[in-house]
Design a protein around this ligand. Structure first.
Ligand code: NAD
Ligand code: DAU
Length: 340
């Protein structure tokens, strides 16, 4: 797809969406970007405060609200990129309601609105978690053909959203492409997720909660590498196709916790093993061969360079962390870990 002039991004005040909006403004100097976000607890206007371009228009709105979506989505929009979601697995275990509402109903509202407005392409930002959990063996990988086996209410809601996208493509011939990525890390990630939670706790010399035995494996990718992959799929991906995105960077949680503490110069004794997550997926590992061979995408950051950049950002943005760990977050923390 070329000549992209009007792009509609949902969830662009969140962690990955805000990085993607920055990338779009950089890569497409003539494009206008509408950033549609409800500003839930995870959406943060601070994430956009260094964007001064008039080509970026922020609209506060809920993707479940058909009228609001249609009012903001112009005829002639080239691409709709859907990041908006409830994204935290632990919260979905406490209560699934918002996950079903935003991730399932909201996606269908966006698909209908995209058809109504003649949007040329719909990009669904999905997750490797729709494919469930892999055995703890080095030779097992998720491919685009892996079956759907979601295990948490979060991943089940994202799987449902993918099914709706597939149906819109198959039945209504909407041009849909989907990405499935693993665990992102980098600047501006809400500190309920493992990596920023560790960083913000360790900076304050608080303990780092590691679930279960810490042997679960996640496949980590620097957020800008994920955004470049979405950009490549948006511009060059084949309609109706799914692309797995991963940096071939699998690590056990305990190893990740140790790397973070070492990078900060904090003692490993801060690690505290806590009660496991119910239904905790054992291992994610992504085979990114398709996006590598078809689109020539490669990650630019290694684990070491990405982690160093991330640590530097959190070190230099203590005020962002303090503001983000608001009253609402403290209530959640007490419920999840039993202490504040
Ligand atoms: P995030 O929680 O940081 O941001 C989500 C954003 O969506 C927030 O700005 C929030 O305000 C907005 N939002 C939530 N409900 C909304 C609604 N009803 N209407 C409009 N906006 C709403 O999430 P993230 O980590 O940046 O993830 C973004 C997307 O990427 C999600 O779809 C997630 O499933 C997917 N994803 C995330 C990861 C990861 O590691 N974080 C990996 C793969 C895929
Ligand atoms: O794989 C992609 C997914 O990665 C995304 O789709 C999700 O939106 C994103 O939240 C993430 O899901 P995870 O459940 O893997 O991420 P989280 O940061 O919550 O946890 C990462 C690992 O660390 C997981 O094995 C659970 C563990 N963990 C997490 C927390 C919050 C801990 O050991 N202690 C913790 O306090």
């Amino acid at each position: 797809m070329d000549d992209l002039k009007n792009i509609f991004v949902t969830g662009g005040a969140g962690f990955i969406g805000s990085a993607f909006v920055r990338l779009l403004l950089e890569e497409l100097p003539d494009a206008r970007v509408v950033n549609f976000d409800a500003l839930t607890y995870a959406g943060n206007p601070d994430n956009l405060k260094d964007i001064h371009e008039e080509r970026h228009r922020f609209v506060r709105g809920d993707i479940c609200d058909k009228g609001a979506v249609l009012a903001a989505l112009d005829e002639g929009t080239d691409v709709l990129v859907n990041f908006a979601a409830e994204s935290h697995v632990d919260r979905s275990i406490h209560s699934a309601d918002e996950f079903i509402r935003t991730n399932v109903l909201g996606t269908q509202v966006l698909l209908d609105a995209a058809r109504a407005r003649g949007v040329r392409r719909f990009v669904q930002v999905s997750t490797d978690e729709v494919m469930g959990s892999l055995p703890d063996r080095d030779d097992a990988y998720f491919t685009e053909d892996s079956p759907f086996e979601p295990n948490s209410p979060y991943s089940a809601s994202k799987a449902a959203a993918e099914h709706l996208c597939r149906a819109a493509h198959h039945t209504h011939k909407l041009d849909v492409v989907t990405t499935r990525c693993g665990n992102n890390y980098g600047p501006r990630q809400f500190p309920e997720k493992f990596l920023p939670l560790m960083l913000s706790n360790a900076f304050a010399d608080q303990s780092i909660p590691v679930y279960g035995d810490g042997r679960n494996v996640r496949d980590w990718i620097y957020v800008e590498d994920h955004c470049r992959a979405i950009y490549d799929v948006m511009t060059e991906g084949r309609a109706g196709h799914v692309y797995n995105v991963g940096a071939r960077n699998e690590r056990r949680n305990l190893e990740v916790a140790e790397s973070v503490l070492d990078a900060l110069g904090k003692p490993r004794t801060l690690i505290k093993f806590v009660k496991d997550r119910p239904g905790h997926d054992q291992r994610y590992a992504i085979d990114p061969s398709k996006i590598e061979t078809e689109l020539g995408w490669r990650p630019r950051e290694t684990w070491e360079t990405g982690l160093a950049k991330t640590v530097r950002w959190y070190r230099e943005n203590a005020d962002w962390v303090a503001r983000t760990r608001s009253g609402a977050y403290r209530d959640y923390y007490a419920k999840q870990y039993g202490t504040v």
